[in-house]
Design a protein around this ligand. Sequence first.
Ligand SMILES: *[C@@H]1O[C@H](CO)[C@@H](O)[C@H](O)[C@H]1NC(C)=O
Ligand SMILES: *[C@@H]1O[C@H](CO)[C@@H](O)[C@H](O)[C@H]1NC(C)=O
Ligand SMILES: *[C@@H]1O[C@H](CO)[C@@H](O)[C@H](O)[C@H]1NC(C)=O
Ligand SMILES: *[C@@H]1O[C@H](CO)[C@@H](O)[C@H](O)[C@H]1NC(C)=O
Ligand SMILES: *[C@@H]1O[C@H](CO)[C@@H](O)[C@H](O)[C@H]1NC(C)=O
Ligand SMILES: *[C@@H]1O[C@H](CO)[C@@H](O)[C@H](O)[C@H]1NC(C)=O
Ligand SMILES: *[C@@H]1O[C@H](CO)[C@@H](O)[C@H](O)[C@H]1NC(C)=O
Ligand SMILES: *[C@@H]1O[C@H](CO)[C@@H](O)[C@H](O)[C@H]1NC(C)=O
Ligand SMILES: *[C@@H]1O[C@H](CO)[C@@H](O)[C@H](O)[C@H]1NC(C)=O
Length: 590
Amino acid sequence: MIATSAVVLALLSSADAFYTVKRQAARELLFDGIRPSKEIEWSPCNETQTVYMECARLIVPLDYQDPGNGLEAIIPIVKYPTNATGAAYKGAVLTNPGGPGYLGTEFIYNAGIAKEIAANVTGPGYDILGFDIRGVGYSVPYGSCNVTADELFDPLRQNATEGNEFTKRFTRRLKSAATIPAGAKDTEKSPYGFFIPELPPSFLEQTAAYADAWTAACVAYTSADNQAGPHMNTVVTATDMLWIARALARARGQNDTNALVHYYGISYGSVLGQTFATLYPDHVGKFVMDGIVNMDGWQTRTETDIVRNADQGFFEFFKQCFAAGPKKCAFATGICYQDTINRFNRMMSRFNATQAEVEESPLAAPLLALVAQLRATILDSLYAAIDSWEGLAVIFNKLDKATKGPIARWNVTEITTILSLPLSPPSGLPPAPLQLRTYSFFQTACGDAPSIYNYTISPVEEYTYLKASAVSGHARLVGRVSCSRYSIRPKWEWNERIGGKTKTPILFMGNTLDPVTPWDDAVKAALKFPGAEAVITDVIAHSTFFSRNTCAYNRLREYFQQGKLPGTNYKCAEEQRPFMETPHTTVIEQ
Ligand SMILES: *[C@@H]1O[C@H](CO)[C@@H](O)[C@H](O)[C@H]1NC(C)=O
Ligand SMILES: *[C@@H]1O[C@H](CO)[C@@H](O)[C@H](O)[C@H]1NC(C)=O
Ligand SMILES: *[C@@H]1O[C@H](CO)[C@@H](O)[C@H](O)[C@H]1NC(C)=O
Ligand SMILES: *[C@@H]1O[C@H](CO)[C@@H](O)[C@H](O)[C@H]1NC(C)=O
Ligand SMILES: *[C@@H]1O[C@H](CO)[C@@H](O)[C@H](O)[C@H]1NC(C)=O
Ligand SMILES: *[C@@H]1O[C@H](CO)[C@@H](O)[C@H](O)[C@H]1NC(C)=O
Ligand SMILES: *[C@@H]1O[C@H](CO)[C@@H](O)[C@H](O)[C@H]1NC(C)=O
Ligand SMILES: *[C@@H]1O[C@H](CO)[C@@H](O)[C@H](O)[C@H]1NC(C)=O
Ligand SMILES: *[C@@H]1O[C@H](CO)[C@@H](O)[C@H](O)[C@H]1NC(C)=O
């Protein structure tokens, strides 16, 4: 479960998203027979599993700025209900698993995850709710662009319900706020001494070509006013959260005017949470964000620095691998960790896609795909190093052996298979059926910033991205290129300054070496919301969810249970390391 989730619980690993195709809505029956209604009506979900879950479909306006236009959206919601009643009942916690675009419904419908959140994050007394953000999963309208044959595409879900009046789309163009430092030089060697093969010159062109093709499909299937495309930016889903909370209050016979949203949002979930808390500060209840995105970059689509700690995290791989020795780390070699780095660099220098392209070799395209997949694998391993690095070492070891001979004799099938090996052994928990469409990211994220459509990315800017991280600077660049090709604009453009005083103080969680959401962005976010505090956990992982750190979980439960904040910039010490024989037994402090 962890490896699967590590791959999927991403603040978009774009590279991964670009080279894998996954189905949306794996459980087609989940919401069948669940009647949509303007008040929340819970029924057992239409699928049996051992753990009892309830489902509801809430009707909300498609367009909150024009709620009377007769067009409606349907939000699917899954509930893992608490048994607590009376005074022991503490409320419902909305969750978001990141992406943007991972299915919140299936996140919670996964009993292993729901139980873990109830046990480790909130503690008893809360219903745990998952819902799909606008346009994805079981939502209506459904923003599928029908790009791939195996994508579940349902023309009957493409349009808003009860359509009777279309308004002309409002589009706005703004110049990008990006500033590009001058004097940059080209290099792909990380300051930490490891080498990741450069991407060939055609990489950006190919990225742009994909994005153009997807944009054309998305325009064809989702861009009308009664469809999902113009209503998928974060401000809309943040408002959906308020509507859910109000409906929940009414369903319990309460006055909904001051309804509070309790929340646990991971990664992109921090974009959603910070947006909500800025828009609706009086409705902020117990509110935790975990793996924090710096909104200043998000709102301008300049995220050059969110991967600034990824390379340092990967450097730790070599040090810890070498220290663990070849029995525990299959890739370890030599008499000091630099020897292990050197082994890696020798292997990487064989993946010269640029050279293959220059020589017009038929291997150019497969090499590019392999390099991209390799980068994605490295990045994914950093989401949960404790669980992933043994597997990563096995992959590197096999890869080294498979690429020893001349490139013409490489078995690309075998290499691709090696790169697809799971990063961690399957655990007892069922796999998370989280799905991400290749283009979910730009459908939501591009609309959170002023349009950069048709913006040309300069070589210097490209350099700035690649230099930010040898491991994954390119993934952020892919995001920016995609937004520069994606033409659908949100009807409700919202780009206001994030922050403000909230009804309940917020808790932000960060990890010292988080590859995509650096810890200091949690500290910075806390400064934007007076009274908010941050917890920083010493671990190489993306979000507390993958930290396995009991101290961090204890701070979360104290907050949800007693409303207790830990103190400014509270530190949780390292508890586990990768390559350990047996993980520490987890003990829940009381
Ligand atoms: C579950 O879905 C199936 C297939 O659509 C439908 O026939 C059945 O009536 C649904 N069950 C309930 C309880 O609504
Ligand atoms: C609620 O009670 C049932 C029956 O005792 C149990 O199976 C279930 O796990 C409980 N749910 C929670 C969230 O504790
Ligand atoms: C998380 O919860 C599970 C039960 O679902 C428990 O076994 C585990 O020890 C908890 N982990 C931590 C770090 O508290
Ligand atoms: C969706 O795409 C498939 C090909 O992948 C095509 O056969 C089908 O007609 C498309 N559906 C619609 C409604 O255009
Ligand atoms: C959905 O809406 C579009 C225009 O907004 C229309 O062309 C199309 O026919 C509608 N599809 C269905 C199934 O009603
Ligand atoms: C709900 O609460 C608000 C604010 O306290 C109050 O103005 C309103 O009258 C209340 N509504 C009902 C139906 O009690
Ligand atoms: C890859 O090939 C290109 C073009 O031949 C060359 O300029 C570059 O130095 C090579 N990179 C490595 C690391 O060998
Ligand atoms: C390439 O590798 C695949 C998978 O390991 C194997 O089935 C196939 O026989 C290999 N092909 C050659 C030509 O060795
Ligand atoms: C995009 O930019 C090009 C070059 O500046 C220009 O010719 C073209 O008209 C623009 N297209 C759109 C749709 O703005």
